[in-house]
Design a protein around this ligand. Sequence first.
Ligand SMILES: [Ca+2]
Ligand SMILES: [Ca+2]
Ligand SMILES: [Ca+2]
Ligand SMILES: [Ca+2]
Length: 381
Amino acid sequence: MKWLVSLAVLLATVSAWAQSPRDVVILDRVFNDDSDSISNHVKNLPTVILSDTKLDGDGRAPEFANRHIWFVSADGQNPLQIPLDEEWKLEFDLVLTGTPITPRKEAGGFARIGMPWGYSELQFMVNTDANEVVAFGYPFPFYKFNLAYYSGDTIRLGIRFFKDTDGRYKVVYMANELSSPALALADQHIIVQRKWITPGGYLQVNIQAGNPNNGGTAVFNNIRWNGALLRHAFAIRGNIELRDYSGDVTQVPIRAELRLDGMPVRTETLFTDSAGNYVIPEVVPGTYDVAFKASHWLRAVVPNVTVVDADVTGVDASLTNGDIDGDNEVSLLDFGALVAAFGSTPGGDNWNPNADLDGDGDVSLLDFGILVQNFGAVGDE
Ligand SMILES: [Ca+2]
Ligand SMILES: [Ca+2]
Ligand SMILES: [Ca+2]
Ligand SMILES: [Ca+2]
């Protein structure tokens, strides 16, 4: 009896753990071969509806398909880039309806994984024409379920991603009560160069020339997510000094980058308050190097910022002024840029706002003095 009780407690814990994602972001027309189709998207978590009709082509090549994607998100704006070492599971009930069922309408789970050239994509799809339930997309493992899917069916799909005890990143695909084995991704030495993954879902409707009634709808119901957003996330706070500057610091965009093992996992454009204070919200626990760079200031990196179970404060940086061309060094190139802009004011032919180092509205000897003082300085990598 004892193990039964333990199992019941475990199941209660697991079901409480899986919740709706905090938010999702919908990317409209990722494929847009029929630009005058009528697409409609509904975000009403835990439900997302993607639909697209009038897929008869727009008379301009290519005329293949339209695709729409949603991704889990912390803010409804940006897909969440989850560090690879985070285990997560995404599940939903999917109803895909194709009108007509041919040409192909497909929908299902979707993921992007960071690669040295950008990213690669997983499709875990059902389709209306071949009736398949199948996952594919390098470097994700191929898997085909022994199930037949028909337009209008409800199917529960799930993707679980985790780092196994053998050190390899693996995925388990789920369809109704079936699960694939834990399957390793290909080329693990490549995926660890970027270290992020973003899950979600998608709809793709292929074009049928001459049929204005051609369309498809994917309803994702009961979306459940137990990944990084349900573990608490915390803020990183601190102060950024923009040195030798008398302008309005609240108007200076600062690019902040969170790096895990040297690899960027998140970038943000920050603005500080008038005292230089900033906040990076919703940071998943981990040990980060935090890099800050602003237009004509050198980059500063604060190493080993560890987020555990509370906001982290005092992550301060002081940025050296003088990098007019933005190459992260104060050199002769910047001197040349300052000379070229010397004497200018906003609106002038040779005005360069990045040469106005002190932010007083003209390029003068004061700016020259700042450059001389910092000449030869090089920012952090
Ligand atoms: Ca077209
Ligand atoms: Ca059309
Ligand atoms: Ca420079
Ligand atoms: Ca100036």
